[in-house]
Design a protein around this ligand. Structure first.
Ligand code: AMP
Length: 602
């Protein structure tokens, strides 16, 4: 077996951190270092001073020619060009034993030297040498990856042995994996500990260094001995609440550590799941914000699942928009969903028939429920589909039956429908407050068709300082003018024709309102609308003109008024409204009333 012999002359090409350390170690083992080449002049001189009496060469080819054992210790990326240049200079011969110390390459990069008769090997120590040190003990007991053909292993193994280390064979085609492993072990460990140190500093731990040394040493011992089984903590327990609390605290106090925390925690999930399939990786990763927004609407029926699903998006600063509905979806609802996308990043549609807002049990029982078609319609919106559809059941929303806490909005809810439907707006305000809390939305979209409902919510948000922007979208009508309503499904052909009295009455009132330069003649408009309804089979509940902000009755001549109608067609109760006054731009008026600025113009 050929071995490298201390008597042989050694050249170090690349007197950087590892080259220097190898040189001093070999010198101590009795090797004759005769030449230093490559690298900068400063680094060559530094090593020459340390070793004394060694010749330095500007041209690495000259250093190679002066030696038999050549150690190429240049940076990984410089290795191939260096070998090519040396081959062109024709410096390699059968006299040479050639070793490179680039972790990622096998001996194939030295093929030209092998062709010239040199013995070649790739040797890489699993040691980190972050600065130039000349303590030869630094390489003692190091593990070295050795890649060489069987006939070349001997000299390289002896060399590693003389450096105080042990050789471990790595196949040439496994070298990149080997390198990846070492990169993870050193970089990820260092990065994790640096991050931990910053978090500890933020937590006020005085001696973070001592603290981490003890912890990291025992973690390393566990991981090396027990593998994944040695990992414990919230990821293994699937404890998303704790992870969420970590994330919130980091985002609040050391936000620039958040990405690293997230990445380390995700890495832990990916690692532990390989050995412990009971770990719910998708849920944990979703919680960490690794979930993209779903391409298809995701159906959620439980409040906890909704909170979990939205948490990562909220953490990423995405704006959440809620469209509350009672289902039986139609074009009006779908327009709100489309509009919702313009006001935020994550769109949630809720579908819940809220018993609290039905004062009449028969009306509640007759309310259409068409969940399957609703979900299909939402999915069919494609790009405009909501991201999440929250469909809680009664127990989710009211686990203890009628809640003890109910939200009462006074003045604005006492006129119009409020005067005819006792308790209706208490039910609406209560359920909407609950939905706002459950979803944690930044924006909520309502339809103008239920103008008073939107006004009640606006008042509620203002009075309780809820951090939600209320957006009101225009009423969507069928081509015949009838405002879309879930209750329209209950109208027969004749009743539907009767129901057109609503939109016709509003249109007549709007036309009437246009005549006067000084404003809207309330009595004339109400009278005109009532006339149309009286001439139809609609059983009128009210026809009223109110102030669009206060919803209190107006009379005489006013700048603007909301004309609202409620009535029955058969046993189906319908409502509709129109804003009179600045009739040319009803949406601008709505925006002014609801304070949602330009948004409602969209
Ligand atoms: P609902 O399912 O009836 O509670 O309605 C849910 C939301 O859709 C409310 O904000 C309604 O105002 C709105 N909406 C209902 N019908 C229409 C319509 N025809 N045009 C626009 N929005 C509507």
């Amino acid at each position: 077996m050929t071995t490298s012999s201390p008597a042989r002359r050694v050249a170090i090409i690349g007197p950087g951190r590892l080259g220097t350390l190898m040189a001093v170690s070999l010198r101590r083992s009795g090797y004759r270092i005769v030449a230093i080449g490559g690298g900068s002049e400063t680094s060559r001189d530094r090593l020459a001073q340390t070793l004394s009496g060694v010749h330095t060469y500007d041209d690495p080819g000259d250093a190679v020619r002066a030696a038999e054992l050549v150690i190429l210790a240049v940076p990984d990326r410089a290795l191939e060009p260096l070998v090519r240049a040396l081959a062109v200079a024709d410096v390699f011969s059968a006299v040479h034993q050639l070793v490179h110390v680039a972790g990622i390459f096998g001996p194939e990069v030295l093929a030209v030297a092998a062709k010239a008769g040199a013995q070649v090997a790739a040797c890489h120590p699993a040691v980190s040498v972050p600065t130039v040190v000349t303590d030869p003990d630094r390489l003692m007991n190091a593990a070295w990856a050795l890649t060489a053909s069987p006939i070349n292993r001997g000299f390289a193994t002896a060399l590693i042995h003389d450096l105080g280390g042990t050789a471990y064979l790595v196949e040439a085609n496994r070298r990149v994996l080997y390198h990846a492993a070492l990169t993870v072990a050193s970089n990820a460990t260092a990065a994790a500990l640096v991050t931990a140190r910053r978090l500890l500093a933020a937590a006020g731990v005085a001696d973070a260094h001592q603290f981490l040394t003890a912890l990291a040493t025992s973690s390393v011992a566990h991981a090396v001995r027990d593998g994944v089984a040695g990992v414990s903590g919230p990821v293994v327990r699937g404890d998303v609440e704790t992870l969420g609390r970590h994330a919130d605290a980091i985002l609040a106090d050391v936000p620039d550590c958040y990405q690293a925390y997230q990445a380390f925690t995700a890495a832990t999930v990916h690692t532990v799941v390989t050995a412990n399939p009971s770990v719910d990786a998708p849920r944990l990763l979703a919680h960490l914000g690794h979930a993209d927004l779903p391409g298809q609407p995701q159906l959620l029926t439980c409040a906890d699942a909704l909170r979990d699903a939205l948490a990562p998006h909220r953490r990423h600063g995405r704006r959440i928009v809620l469209v509350p509905t009672m289902g039986a979806l139609h074009a009006g609802h779908l327009a709100l969903v489309r509009q919702a996308h313009r006001h935020g990043d994550v769109v949630v549609v809720s579908i819940f028939v809220n018993p609290l807002q039905f004062e009449n049990p028969d009306d509640l029982a007759a309310y259409p429920q068409t969940l399957e078609t609703d979900l299909q319609q939402l999915a069919d919106l494609c790009d405009a589909a909501p991201h999440f559809v929250f469909v809680p059941d009664h127990v989710q929303m009211y686990p203890n039956g009628r809640p003890q806490t109910q939200v009462v909005v006074s003045t604005v809810s006492e006129t119009l429908c409020g005067a005819h439907r006792a308790g209706h707006f208490v039910g609406v305000a209560t359920v909407v407050t609950k939905l706002f809390a459950l979803v944690g939305c930044d924006v909520a979209v309502f339809g103008q068709k239920d103008f008073q409902q939107a006004a009640v919510i606006r008042q509620l948000v203002a009075d309780l300082n809820l951090p939600v922007t209320v957006v009101v979208a225009p009423t969507v009508r069928a081509s015949d003018g009838l405002a879309w309503s879930s209750r329209n499904e209950r109208l027969g052909v004749h009743e539907r024709a009767v129901a057109l009295g609503f939109s016709r009455a509003l249109a007549v009132a709007a036309t009437t309102s246009l005549g006067l330069r000084e404003g809207v003649d309330v009595a004339a408009c109400v009278g005109a609308a009532r006339q149309v309804l009286d001439d139809s089979d609609v059983v009128v509940e009210y026809v009223a003109a109110v102030d669009p902000v206060t919803l209190q009755p107006v009379s005489g001549t006013v700048a603007t008024a909301l004309l609202a109608i409620a009535g029955y067609v058969g046993d189906v109760r319908l409502i509709d409204n129109v804003l009179l006054g600045d009739r040319v731009d009803e949406q601008r008026l709505i925006a002014a009333v609801f304070g949602s600025g330009k948004e409602a113009d969209d």
